[in-house]
Write a protein that binds this ligand. Sequence first.
Ligand SMILES: [Zn+2]
Length: 504
Amino acid sequence: MKKMLFTLAAAAVLSSSCARHDGLTVLTCGIRHESNTFSTITTGLDDFEVMRGEEVLASGQPWCRYLQEEGIEIIPTLHAYAWPGGVVSREAYETFKSEILEGIRKAGKVDGIYMDMHGALHVQGVEDAQADLVRDIRAIVGHDTVISASFDLHGNVSDEFASELDFLTAYRTAPHRDGAETKLRAVKNLVRILREGLRPKIAHVDIPILVPGEKSITEVEPLNPIYARLDSIEHTEGILDASIFVGYAWADLPRSAMRVFVVAQDSLHAELAENIADDLAEDIWNAREEMVLDVESGDIRSMIKKAYSMPQKTVFISDSGDNTTAGAPGDNPQVIQALVESGCENALFAGLVDAEAFDACLEAGKGAELTLSLGGRKDNVFGKPFTTKVKVVDFSDEETFAEGRGIVLVQTGGVSIALLDRRNSFTTVSQFEDIHLDPLSFKVVVVKLGYLYPELRDLAPAHLMALTSGFCNLDMTSLPFRNVRRPSYPLDPDMDYHPESSVF
Ligand SMILES: [Zn+2]
């Protein structure tokens, strides 16, 4: 594979009066994945999208533009991303890791490294792949190189991983609205640490809580006032940043927990960082019983019945147990079956992941009627195929097929079903437009999500949570945990806890 070194000597940048020329070099890399250890489906090499070299520079991401504008030499290695899913194959991880390490060796001495991570990566047969990766990076670059990393707040960042970092920060919103901003913060702090010669200290404290994202939304009580404090903490004298990790609870691993990190600019402010971390942890712990769903929830049939009784023109229902954005297969047809058997009218199911049904409809063509066996192929633990007669109504436009995100729309009775040939969820309005649909023209729209993603959250007149079975079950106490640390709340509801931070 060809790896190239890109200097940012673009004329426009060099001629800019704000560009600095301090000769800094920053190498970049990343493996972003949220790995659901309950899922039976491995995430393989082919499931990843990979950016290298010039593709990274051309991606226009704010963190990249910032480095370019600052006149810093960027050496992008490999940035890999896959949709949340089962544990990552050893082959995929080793392939990515060796390419990153090779890029680092070839680059020679660099001042800084930016790691663009999710934080919930788990790899077959590797206890803590993220720690393994950063340790191998350190083995090459030593401790003079400053390493900064950004994360999704649903990451499970272990002590072994974090202790190798000089700086880390995480999203402050769930549903996520600040991904680009967070990455930019990680990179700006990296540059600041290098230019000011800072020696940061990271205060960290675990909070033994296993909570799904749906019960830890940052826009509502009890977490929104706690998250709101992070901005002012970041601007406290001597403090560079603070992060609250909700963690990723569908990972049966010792590192699955909530966690707070506060980065002090130097050892003089380490105690302050520890105090802040303990205060945040204490307040989160005290709020644990208030971390509940912010919408009405219940079994599938009661949620369908409820939706049709509501005055709102459109009601969104989350099929939460089979949420592909949290790593589930997305092919459990249980809600489709309930909609059809309940004789529902004007309902849209968006969407079911089923490549075979998708292909059968493409072959049959628009207007064809056929009997389809839907779903239950991947998730054969909780899902069973549902057989029904459908009419092929529409296909998304050619470009969506070319980009591998084609959609087929079929109809059975009053229920429209969007079929996907690969794992995805409807998270944006444009996906409905791809299939020429206005979600607000339906009475009920079912999505394979837990919480609604920002665009849909802002659009939906009403939202209900169907507590469906699946690898993303929202009831933590029903999951077969074996490896998480005990005690953990809510598995051990009467446990005691007092935050005791320490410092890397
Ligand atoms: Zn997340």
